[in-house]
Design a protein around this ligand. Structure first.
Ligand SMILES: O=C(O)CCC(=O)C(=O)O
Ligand SMILES: [Fe+2]
Length: 328
């Protein structure tokens, strides 16, 4: 059973993050997940081919080439097709990939052991959870860029500075939410790895602005460049971050697709910050029978949510106004 050492715990308390090297076994824990996402890509290809949006299913290409070919040919980033979570707003037709290997990752015992060290033994899987498939920008000539030359869209380009507490509702401001970020492929600087501002979890919740197409961000004036740490990670490493730790990610300037999970957990019973989305008890020492262990029931909880939300007006989980004068 892996545990954080006292010095790793001190590092987390001091800096708001801890990077645990080789926590997971790439062959046993990560390869089966990647294999399942290959199938998800195949399904996307079949679907687009049937709709005559692409000229072939490109079944002979490897994952990276096939993904870029499909994105370029359709002129569209199909991130939602792979994601766990529903988007905000109207969800009626939103595809989601609530696949068994994603559920297995959420319940990975080695992850939960470290999470238990950080937030205690009653662990709830918070529904803010994503897979990010970030292709090399040089291989996306068919995807539109904004006027800064940036690729807009979920997870494809660089992610601006933000705190994860900023993307949930105020109901979760006192929730001890932990972000767990793990690459399924190596995530070095060139692949667009994570950067964190060490110690920023002690600055409180910062004001976030709404970026056009890039999501919420914290303005540079709130950041101390001297405290920026580049978290280069290899497959099997896992990064644990406090909800107030400011972080971002770099653009992918390599020739490989960067794939990662970012998952969140909080002590059971505390508000998740996205009350309409489903979470579950991932570990309970008090009542192990309350744990959700059934991948199908988990998938169904997301399908049911999608169905339910398609019938109501869904608010976004956003507290920050657009056209905020502070952000101009
Ligand atoms: O993976 C990225 O590029 C950004 C991830 C992030 O912001 C998060 O995991 O909270
Ligand atoms: Fe984040």
């Amino acid at each position: 059973m892996p545990h954080l050492t006292p010095s790793q715990l001190d590092h987390y308390r001091e800096n708001g993050y801890v990077l645990v090297e080789s926590l997971l076994d790439p062959a046993a824990d990560l390869d089966p997940v990647l294999a399942e996402y290959e199938k998800v890509l195949g399904e996307l290809a079949d679907e687009l081919f049937a709709k005559k949006k692409i000229a072939s299913t490109y079944a002979d290409l490897d994952f990276d080439q096939r993904l870029c070919q499909i994105y370029n040919e359709t002129g569209q980033v199909h991130a939602q097709h792979f994601d766990i979570s529903l988007p905000q707003g109207n969800t009626t037709d939103a595809p989601i990939a609530v696949i068994p290997s994603a559920f297995a990752a959420l319940r990975n015992e080695r992850l939960l052991d470290i999470i238990e060290d950080l937030i205690g033994p009653e662990i709830y899987s918070n529904p803010v959870q994503h897979i990010r498939i970030k292709p090399p920008e040089q291989y996306l000539p068919g995807i539109p860029k904004d006027h800064h030359g940036r690729i807009a869209g979920f997870a494809v380009g660089a992610t601006p500075w933000h705190q994860d507490n900023g993307v949930v509702l105020p109901e979760a401001d006192e929730t001890d939410m932990l972000t767990v970020w793990m690459p399924l492929t190596d995530a070095f600087r060139e692949h667009g790895c994570i950067e964190v501002v060490a110690g920023s979890h002690r600055d409180g919740l910062l004001h976030h602005c709404q970026g056009n197409g890039i999501g919420l961000f914290v303005q540079d004036k709130h950041l101390d460049p001297d405290r920026v740490v580049t978290a280069q990670m290899k497959r099997g490493d896992v990064l644990f971050m406090h909800r107030l730790t400011c972080h971002s990610s770099l653009p992918n300037v390599s020739d490989k697709v960067r794939i990662s999970f970012d998952l969140r957990y909080n002590p059971t019973g505390q508000p998740t910050g996205r009350p309409l989305f489903p979470g579950f008890v991932a570990r309970s020492r008090q009542d192990p029978t309350s744990e959700l262990r059934d991948a199908e029931a988990w998938a169904q909880s997301w399908y049911d949510t999608r169905e339910k939300l398609s019938r109501v007006d869904v608010p976004t989980f956003n507290r920050w106004p657009s056209n905020d004068p502070v952000c101009a």
